[in-house]
Design a protein around this ligand. Structure first.
Ligand code: ADQ
Length: 489
């Protein structure tokens, strides 16, 4: 007698994102090594047990030869990943150009690049054409691997055309799209030359998700004002077809951070850091080196605090960890030099022969080192000028159950809506206000710190990444069923 195979049915989930969650390095003509690159989205979806998830995306490398493509496809299959191969010109125009030079700054209220302000400029048009072409290439790979009943979940501003391309292949595909950045006010979105095409393309999805209710509202306003469609409490309606629009605030895998604090290697890091900075309060910034993160503004606020608080000068240190990204883009290179210049000036001004007030690192830290840093921090400074959510603030809170440090958080980060009651909220553009909030945080009583921390800790541990993914996918399943019922009625 053999036990029947009674494994529960697990729905297949095709996660489509610009980048796969692995980095590929070529070792030989037909050999590749792969490394999982952890990030918010990866840890969110790795923890989801209910679905059988497969990833579709660009592997981040140019592979012009067929033998190399075949070998990489095979290696990736073991990690449940499916590559989309993009050539260098497409990557340049679609990824560096349209995604990172146009949509990313626009969605963070930094405007369009000057030379692209006219809809007719050649570079804008060719970048938009490459964007559509790249989205079409993603769609073709999705379509090749799609099986009836699958759920297709498209991610982020790189793939706004994808829902339309997918529905053209198969109008019955269940398609959801989630934006990880803010969606700006419709007045900002209006300035984009391809504003209507993008909105119409993404509206082909069955469900559209944002981190906050405000972003969802901005999106619905853009559809009503720019396309003249009808906004309803459920979403946007176009000739009887409803696209559901809602907020799905992301979370982190908080248990992973909490568990890490007991790992001997992390404990050792914590001991080292405590010894190194004994007698000083530790302030921490962890960001990708991007203009939206407000790193220069944060450092200038710290300078102002030191200027105005003589007694704190040798009693506090700011550790700023900034991972370089998009290093081939001139604006990012300029930002790096600007940050170095400010840090150098402040350390020259307030440093002594034995200690400097700012330690700045231009690199990524491994997970254990990051957890140890979060755990020894007294005050975390998250001063993004705009940020879809900001997971660093969540990670800090998860690692602070022993210390109960203070979070200073930008009111322009999506996280301000969930952690606002526990954090000190600031306008990152107001350097005087941020400097004052540093003083408030450093002098806060332990009772108040405990109260504020508890508020945030409960939120971060109760709204985790898995719940976020499960809620989105089940809402997508329900939305499609409801739409079918409406059609039958
Ligand atoms: P990001 O802009 O990358 O994400 P964030 O949400 O803060 O911003 O996530 C950054 C991740 O990178 C965190 O998990 C953090 O630990 C890690 N990280 C940052 N600096 C690091 C360093 N020096 N070393 C190691 N790790 C580092 C985008 C949006 C956000 C949104 C997320 C998820 O811009 O607003 O919250 O997607 O939707």
């Amino acid at each position: 007698w053999e036990r029947p195979d009674v494994r529960p049915f697990r729905q297949r989930l095709l996660v489509v994102a610009n980048r796969l969650p692995v980095s590929a390095v070529r070792r030989g003509e037909e050999s590749w090594s792969l490394e999982i690159s952890a990030g918010g989205l990866v840890s969110a979806l790795l923890g989801v047990k209910e679905f059988e998830a497969r990833w579709i995306g660009w592997a981040g490398v140019n592979v012009p030869d067929e033998a190399g493509q075949r070998a990489l496809t095979k290696a990736l299959a073991e990690k449940r990943c499916i590559p989309v191969f993009l050539d260098e010109d497409i990557v340049h125009q679609y990824y560096n150009g349209y995604c990172n030079n146009i949509l990313w700054p626009l969605f963070h209220y930094l405007g369009l690049p000057q030379e692209d302000r006219l809809a007719t400029t050649r570079s804008f048009q060719s970048q938009f054409a490459a964007y559509k072409k790249a989205n079409q290439m993603f769609a073709s790979v999705v379509n090749e691997h799609y099986e009836e009943g699958d759920v297709v979940w498209c991610h982020d501003y790189h793939l706004m055309f994808l829902p339309k391309c997918l529905k053209e292949y198969n109008s019955k595909m269940k398609v959801g799209w989630f934006l990880h950045t803010p969606f700006p006010s419709s007045e900002i979105h209006r300035t984009l030359p391809s504003r209507s095409d993008l909105l119409r393309a993404v509206l082909a999805a069955d469900l559209i998700g944002f981190h906050t209710y405000d972003y969802a509202r901005h999106f619905v306003s853009a559809c009503t004002r720019i396309l003249g469609l009808e906004g309803t409490p459920e979403g946007v309606e176009d000739q009887g077809r409803l696209t559901r629009v809602a907020a799905f605030p992301i979370g982190i895998d908080s248990d992973r951070f909490i568990r890490a604090l007991d790992v001997p290697q992390v404990q050792e890091h914590i001991r080292d850091l405590k010894e190194r900075f004994s007698g000083r309060k530790v302030m921490l910034g962890v960001d990708r080196l991007d203009m939206i993160k407000g790193i220069p503004q944060k450092i200038l606020a710290f300078e102002k605090f030191l200027e105005e608080n003589l007694t704190w000068r040798d009693k506090v240190v700011l550790l700023q960890i900034a991972v370089p990204t998009r290093t081939d883009v001139p604006e990012y290179q300029k930002l790096t030099s600007q940050v170095h210049e400010i840090v150098g000036r402040i350390n020259g001004r307030f440093g002594t022969l034995t200690a400097v007030p700012i330690h700045h690192l231009d690199r990524s830290l491994d997970f254990h080192a990051l957890c140890a840093l979060y755990a020894v921090t007294d005050v975390a400074l998250v001063t993004s000028l705009r940020d879809g959510m900001n997971l660093v603030s969540y990670e800090f809170v998860a690692c602070q159950d022993a210390k109960k440090g203070v979070l200073i958080l930008s009111e322009f980060a999506g996280a301000a809506q969930s952690l606002g009651a526990g954090a000190i909220l600031v306008n990152p553009w107001n350097i005087t206000e941020v400097a004052a909030s540093i003083g408030q945080a450093l002098n806060m009583s332990s009772e108040e710190r405990e109260k504020r921390h508890w508020h945030n800790f409960v939120h971060v541990t109760n709204h985790n990444a898995q719940e976020w993914a499960e809620t989105f996918v089940s809402e997508l399943n329900d939305t499609v069923v409801e739409a079918q019922l409406r059609i039958r009625q």
